[in-house]
Write a new protein. Structure first.
Length: 59
């Protein structure tokens, strides 16, 4: 039960990160590399993106 909830939370966080990456103003190559990082390393990739990754364009 706990593993299912944690897995769902990781999935939601990764989808949110990928949407933010795609909406960012970075180059296509940069976006692709960030998306690959988040997909290959779901938890660590999300944390790295959250700290250092491109953010979505606001406004």
């Amino acid at each position: 039960m706990i593993n299912s909830i944690l897995g769902l939370l990781v999935l939601v966080a990764d989808i949110w990160a990928i949407l933010n990456i795609v909406q960012s103003g970075e180059s296509t190559t940069s976006k692709a590399l960030w998306v690959v990082l988040v997909l290959v390393l779901p938890v660590i990739g999300f944390i790295i993106w959250y700290v250092a990754g491109p953010k979505s364009v606001s406004g």
